[in-house]
Ligand binder design. Structure first.
Ligand code: ADP
Length: 267
């Protein structure tokens, strides 16, 4: 369980003075839940993720993970960035294995190939990063983060730089990963649709200063059914496409977009 209580963040800048990035954000994320943070640019999503990762100490407020205050970064909380940071002279497999060096858990060594398979790179394990598409590089990064065995996966617009088709594939992939490993995921995006497709819950944020304006629980009937574990990538993508056309989904997407627009207009 991740618990944020009344977290505020200020940045001291030379050119703009004091920037109020987050205002009293409180949030609880139970184990195995996927929570998406959605909102316009500048509403503090990345700041919040950096705080959750332990890269940034909040100006005020508290952050606890499983009842313990966060003192800094920890392999238990893996971070996936928008731009994959792969070592160019290492193959996909070796990039994934790199995670063990930091987590120190040698017993997990065998699982690199399982993870590479899980993210759909089974045929590309020997390739070097420059021989991979952007989507494949991002899959590699996800496998590497998972290889450290994190209980929490923090993702900062991980699919933001991908074309729409690849993005759709990676969304399906992430749902498969979640079904298999059940990590707690906090996923930052500015796409309301992506947030509703991936999240059990969607935290809607507004800027000026960054704050939470809504906490939306995605109803069960608008979530893809992952109970039959071994669902194929293609079937899952079809289910996701069908969901985006469901009138209830369209209505919810509209409602969330409207509340972001209203907050934007009054900021
Ligand atoms: P988002 O991820 O939603 O786009 P950010 O967390 O990046 O929002 O930014 C929130 C606010 O804090 C913005 O006004 C941004 O300009 C400011 N900000 C973010 N990082 C820094 C920083 N390192 N120094 C100064 N201001 C920052």
């Amino acid at each position: 369980m991740i618990t944020l209580e009344r977290v505020s963040q200020y940045y001291e800048t030379e050119t703009a003075g004091r920037v109020h990035a987050l205002e009293e954000v409180s949030l609880s994320v139970p184990a195995e839940e996927t929570v998406c943070l959605v909102g316009p640019s500048g509403c503090g999503k990345s700041t919040l993720l950096r705080i959750l990762a332990g890269f940034l100490k909040p100006s005020s407020g508290t952050l606890d993970v499983d009842g313990h205050p966060v003192e800094g970064a920890d392999p238990e909380r893996g971070v996936v960035f928008q731009q994959p940071t792969l070592l160019p002279w290492y193959s996909v497999r070796d990039n994934v294995r790199l995670a063990y060096r930091y987590s120190g858990d040698i017993s997990q060594k065998e699982s690199a190939d399982e993870l590479i398979e899980l993210v759909g790179l089974g045929d590309a394990a020997e390739r070097l990063p420059h021989e991979l598409s952007g989507g494949m590089q991002q899959r590699t990064q996800i496998a590497r983060v998972l290889a450290a065995g994190p209980r929490y996966v923090l993702m900062d617009e991980p699919f933001g730089a991908l074309d729409p088709f690849t993005r759709e594939q990676l969304q399906a992939e992430l749902l498969r990963v979640w079904a298999k490993k059940r990590p707690t995921i906090i996923f930052v995006t500015h796409s309301v649709e992506e947030a509703l497709l991936l999240g059990h819950r969607v935290i809607v944020m507004a800027a000026g200063p960054g704050r939470v304006i809504e906490d939306v629980v995605v109803p069960e009937h608008l979530r893809v059914d992952l109970e039959d574990g071994e669902v194929s990538r293609e079937t899952l993508q079809e289910r996701l496409r069908a969901l985006t056309a469901d009138p209830d989904f369209v209505l919810l997407r509209h409602q969330v977009t409207e509340s972001i627009n209203r907050a934007h207009a009054t900021a």
